[in-house]
Design a protein around this ligand. Structure first.
Ligand SMILES: NC(=O)c1ccc[n+]([C@@H]2O[C@H](COP(=O)([O-])OP(=O)(O)OC[C@H]3O[C@@H](n4cnc5c(N)ncnc54)[C@H](OP(=O)(O)O)[C@@H]3O)[C@@H](O)[C@H]2O)c1
Length: 285
């Protein structure tokens, strides 16, 4: 029986490639994108459901979660893949720095709103993180909005580190309830994800000169596909971070349980999940 695989950021790049590969493998893919035009085109190409939400507005994430819960009695895989490097520091309508919100907070909220369904389904929750979590991050839990210090690359690295901390904490809280969290680096992929950034990062991802150094969308997508098709605990280790389908090194910050718990609590408070209606941890806290 096909499994239901929800992929955010599936209207383009790595997510779109993974959606094609998983559809080809016989799975029921749900394509989520920001642009209604691109999302509609992907959904009709595959003949699947396409849902639109701009993660720069948390109300749209809440509406997306409600639609998914209404339409899908099982969700076997949630791939939190939407994201990218942004340019100037901007604050969303929700009051959060946009790189942090789009790459981390929106996926955090979506996952939490779907958490009971994901537990019942014994789901895999996959975060598309990045090696930028090592090379660009200057993570400061007291400055998650980059108010004191901001650069596009730094904000991106920090958000991708947040993906790793979220994976660790989700694993700690929910692995015994059936949720298998995992994160991965897709590779250095020639996509549009740095299109709105500036300087050397933008140049690296858009110049014809660097094209031979970049892998295709399909290569990046194949790493998501490998995790989505794999059996947690057999093919890959829940709670871990993968690159090229192997466990990869992370920084000390990325495996700091105190930081992971603090980020969870701060994120939950930001999206209003911290009260009685908040997520129920497996163990303490
Ligand atoms: N490319 C790389 O080398 C690389 C390396 C490491 C990690 N990553 C990560 O891989 C993931 C996919 O990126 P990609 O390389 O495939 O880039 P991409 O081709 O630009 O695709 C990005 C996807 O994210 C969606 N997205 C962007 N902003 C959004 C928002 N505000 N709300 C909802 N969806 C939004 C886009 O939707 P629309 O197209 O509909 O706007 C698109 O589907 C990202 O998380 C990125 O950080 C990429």
């Amino acid at each position: 029986m096909p499994r239901t695989i929800v992929i955010t950021g599936a209207s383009d790049g790595i997510g779109a490639a993974a959606a094609r590969q998983l559809h080809e493998a016989g799975e029921r893919v749900v394509v989520v994108g920001r642009s209604s035009e691109k999302t509609g085109a992907m959904a009709s190409e595959l003949g699947v459901d396409g849902l639109v939400a701009d993660f720069a507005e948390l109300a749209q994430v809440r509406a997306l979660a409600a639609t998914l819960l209404a339409r899908y009695p099982r969700i076997d895989v949630l791939a939190n893949n939407a994201g990218g490097i942004m340019g100037e520091r901007r604050v969303t309508v929700d009051g959060f720095e946009q790189t942090f919100q789009v790459n981390h907070l929106a996926g955090f909220l979506l996952t939490n709103l779907l958490l009971d369904r994901l537990s019942e389904s014994g789901a895999s929750v996959i975060q598309t993180s990045s090696e930028a979590s090592r090379s660009f991050a200057r993570f400061d839990i007291d400055d998650l909005q980059g108010e004191r210090r901001y650069s596009a690359g730094g904000a991106y690295g920090n958000a991708k580190l947040a993906n790793l901390l979220f994976t660790k904490e989700l694993h700690r809280r929910r692995s015994r309830a059936g949720v298998n969290a995992v994160a991965f680096h897709p590779g250095v992929i020639g996509s549009g994800f740095a299109g709105t950034s500036r300087g050397v990062i933008r140049w690296f991802y858009t110049s014809r000169l660097t094209r031979p150094l970049l892998d295709s969308h399909e290569v990046g997508g194949s790493r998501l596909t490998w995790l989505a098709l794999g059996t947690p605990g057999v093919d890959w280790e829940p709670g871990a971070y993968y690159a090229k389908n192997r466990i990869a090194r992370t920084t000390a910050a990325a495996s700091d349980p105190v930081l992971a718990k603090r980020l969870w609590d701060e994120s939950a408070a930001m999206v209003g999940l911290s009260g009685a209606s908040g997520p129920r941890p497996d163990a303490s806290g």
